[in-house]
Design a protein around this ligand. Structure first.
Ligand SMILES: *[C@@H]1O[C@H](CO)[C@@H](O)[C@H](O)[C@H]1NC(C)=O
Ligand SMILES: *[C@@H]1O[C@H](CO)[C@@H](O)[C@H](O)[C@H]1NC(C)=O
Length: 705
């Protein structure tokens, strides 16, 4: 179940609606601030429009279900409905009058259904009407469409395109028209039928899987952006002549600046012919994507002269096994006299150096199979500003550094997602001085890379490499503002000694366990630090760092506090650093030493005092002896004592008391009538005596036994 009830700002009834809908599967409700209520139930196996929709619904998405009918009663009560999306359903028939009570409806998407027929009704508020990818025979254009002056997007489909239909909307200024030609399109074509349409962007989808043998004139005069999908010309004898003819007509369209071809299947020869033809049209931006090429390419001259083209982009091109020298293709591309060239996702293994100084400013060769031999010693790219060799087969960084040396205007280089390593031995560090942005992410680089970096680089991305530490003898990068070393194995934050302008540092997902506390002191300019997801050791050292995070303003530390958690010790694992506290005493060694020292001193002083004034050692020794004696006597039965043993009494006394002992104690002890009846008694007597003599003894002087 997938149900949401968001920001209930209005009334209780909304709460009620949410509760109803919660019971249904795959339901999403969002209520934005302008009291929008968006109900989404795509992919819910619905065969009918649900009956329980909230009356305040403004957007209803029922795409990808099995709904085959739409009736007035289904949506009658949804008077606030502004957008209805029912693409990918099974509607076969539509009466536009079902929307007559939904006066606010402006967005209607019924594409990818099985519509064959529509009945007309005025719907003047529609801005977006999509009836494309349906089963219409003739284009579904009613005369009422002519009144839809707000219309910005119109999607149509049909197997026949009649001039009469198109005329009905000729006067509207629509931003974009999508025209999907049905599989049966082609018989009795009216080549001129689109000429009256008035739109800036025209996207025509030709029947897929059919050879391009159409006469349709796509050179609509108002069009600025023309997209053509499904162009298949595989017949060798025909040389793609129908399509080339259609392109040829574009020469007259002086407004046309963007041409986009999608899903092209043809021969290499025809492909180069297409390029050559577009070279001489007013098109400035030409993109081709999803191309399948076959066959051979005969060598011939490519005429570069007289072009408006500024940017060419070729994406996702596959070709069967090459049976002709590829260098010919590479030389066609490398000598193009345009500013921007993108060739990506093509399995291209090499690219030649332009044969003369090239006007290229931006080259994007992302996702190919280029090696680090590309543009070796190439001196004709000295105007190039940006080069992307992302996701290729580059291995040796030294070669890339040498390559860059000749690109004296290069500001941005992306060589991420390769297998680059750097040893730096015996090769000069000849990075081009102009480089400002260098992307080295997702390679196999270690800390040694810091020994050779472009001196003026401002943005350096080294995330996802194998950096264990940043060496001490790094290149000083005074201009470096952004450093990304996330997803490496660094154990500490780098200081800013070598990077005096650093303002953005990403070092998350590393092995930083106790970051240096002086980081913020060293890096005064830091405005963003991302250091989460590190295995922090929550011990005393960390306290200072956490404290210094507290001192910098809240926005500086990205992901704080959620991504910053203790990893060690075990008992704190998972605790946010923010909630981790240690008592000041256990962390401050000086405080701890002082406290222990003071306690010891106090104890010693007390001891000394007691010794000095209360004869403590004497008492202790006496107590000791007394306990020992007591213990000994306890373990021997009384009779045995009397029978076998002769007793001695030890009396310890001070010299001052000797008179008393001799004259009083001894005679008393030796008197028969008290006698040595038992040791116990003797001792109690001694104790009693000791007690009585306690005061006088102390008063006289400290005893010396
Ligand atoms: C060339 O590509 C760059 C980078 O994508 C872009 O900023 C620039 O506008 C493009 N120039 C032209 C003429 O297309
Ligand atoms: C570097 O390239 C990666 C993709 O490989 C991209 O995600 C990242 O944003 C780039 N970094 C910069 C600074 O452009």
């Amino acid at each position: 179940m997938d149900a949401y009830c968001h920001t209930m700002t209005k009334t209780n009834s909304l709460v009620f609606h949410c509760i109803i809908v919660l019971g249904l599967t795959l339901t999403k409700i969002q209520l934005s601030e302008e009291s929008e209520l968006i109900i989404k139930r795509p992919n819910a196996n619905l065969t009918r429009v649900p009956k329980d929709l909230p009356l305040q619904t403004t957007t209803l998405d029922l795409s990808q279900n099995n709904i085959s009918e739409l009736q007035t009663s289904d949506i009658l009560s949804l008077s606030k409905l502004r957008a209805l999306i029912m693409s990918y359903n099974r509607l076969q028939y539509l009466n536009i009058s079902v929307f007559k009570f939904n006066t606010e409806l402006e967005y209607l998407d019924l594409s990818h259904n099985e519509l064959r027929v529509i009945s007309c009704h005025p719907a003047v508020n529609l801005k977006h009407l999509d009836l494309s990818f349906n089963a219409f025979d003739a284009l579904p254009i009613c005369k009422e469409f002519g009144n839809m002056s707000q219309l910005q997007f119109l999607g149509l489909s049909g197997s026949q395109v009649q001039n009469s239909g198109v005329q009905l909307i000729a006067h509207l200024n629509i931003s974009k028209v999508l025209l999907v030609l049905g599989d049966a399109y082609g018989e009795n074509e009216d080549p001129k039928c689109l000429q009256h349409i008035s739109t800036e962007t025209l996207h025509i989808v030709f029947p897929s899987k059919r050879e391009f043998r159409f006469l349709l004139d796509v050179s609509v005069s108002t069009v600025i952006r023309l997209e053509l999908s499904n162009i298949k010309c595989m017949l060798k004898k025909q040389d793609c002549v129908y399509f080339l003819r259609a392109l040829l007509k574009l020469r007259k369209n002086l407004k046309l600046s963007h041409l986009i071809l999608n899903n092209v299947e043809t021969m290499w020869d025809s492909f180069i012919n297409i390029l050559q033809l577009v070279w001489h049209t007013p098109v400035k931006y030409f993109s081709i994507s999803n191309v399948k090429l076959q066959g051979q390419l005969a060598s011939r001259r490519f005429s570069y002269s007289d072009t408006s083209l500024k940017a060419l982009s070729i994406r996702q091109l596959v070709t069967d096994v090459f049976s002709f020298p590829q260098s010919y293709i590479y030389s066609i591309f490398s000598n193009m006299n345009i500013q921007n060239l993108t060739i990506s996702g093509t399995h291209m293994v090499h690219m030649l150096c332009p044969s003369q100084v090239s006007p290229f400013l931006y080259l994007d060769f992302t996702d190919n199979l280029l090696t680090d031999m590309v543009f070796k010693d190439c001196r004709n790219l000295n105007g190039l500003k940006s080069l992307s060799l992302q996701k290729n087969q580059l291995k040796i960084l030294e070669n890339v550094i040498l390559m860059s040396a000749h690109m004296t205007s290069l500001q941005k280089l992306d060589i991420s997602q390769n297998s680059l390593r750097y040893s730096g031995q015996g090769s000069p560090c000849s990075w081009t001085q102009s480089l400002l942005v260098l992307n080295l992410s997702s390679n196999m680089l270690t800390g040694s890379v810091f020994r050779c970096l472009p001196p003026k680089v401002r943005v350096l991305d080294l995330h996802n490499n194998r950096i264990l530490s940043i060496p001490k003898d790094v290149t000083h990068l005074r201009a470096l503002q952004e450093l990304n070393v996330a997803s490496n194995s660094l154990s500490d934050l780098p200081g800013c000694g070598a990077f005096s302008s650093l303002s953005v540092l990403a070092i998350d997902h590393n092995s930083v366990s106790h970051p240096s506390e002086d980081f913020f002191q060293s890096c005064q300019n830091i405005s963003s630090l991302t250091a989460g997801n590190n295995p922090f050791r929550c011990t005393c050292e960390l306290r200072e760092f956490v404290k210094s995070i507290g001192r910098v303003s809240g926005e500086v530390v990205e992901g704080w506090p959620d991504s910053y958690r203790c990893d060690y010790p075990e008992s704190t694992k998972g605790t946010p650093l923010q909630d981790f506290h240690m008592s000041p005493l256990s962390c401050d060694t000086i405080l701890l030493t002082v406290t222990i020292g003071a306690t010891m001193l106090l104890l010693a002083a007390t001891g000394a005092f007691l010794c000095l004034y209360f004869d403590l050692p004497w008492y202790v020794r006496m107590l000791c002896q007394w306990t020992r004696t007591r213990h000994r006597t306890r373990n021997i039965p009384l009779e045995e004592l009397q029978r076998n043993l002769q007793f001695h009494a030890f009396v310890s006394y001070s010299g001052h008391d000797s008179a008393w002992v001799k004259n009083e104690l001894l005679p008393n002890l030796e008197k028969d009538d008290i006698g040595f009846a038992s040791m116990r008694e003797t001792l109690s007597l001694a104790r009693a005596l000791w007690r009585t003599s306690y005061i006088p003894l102390r008063r006289v002087t400290s005893p010396s036994s």
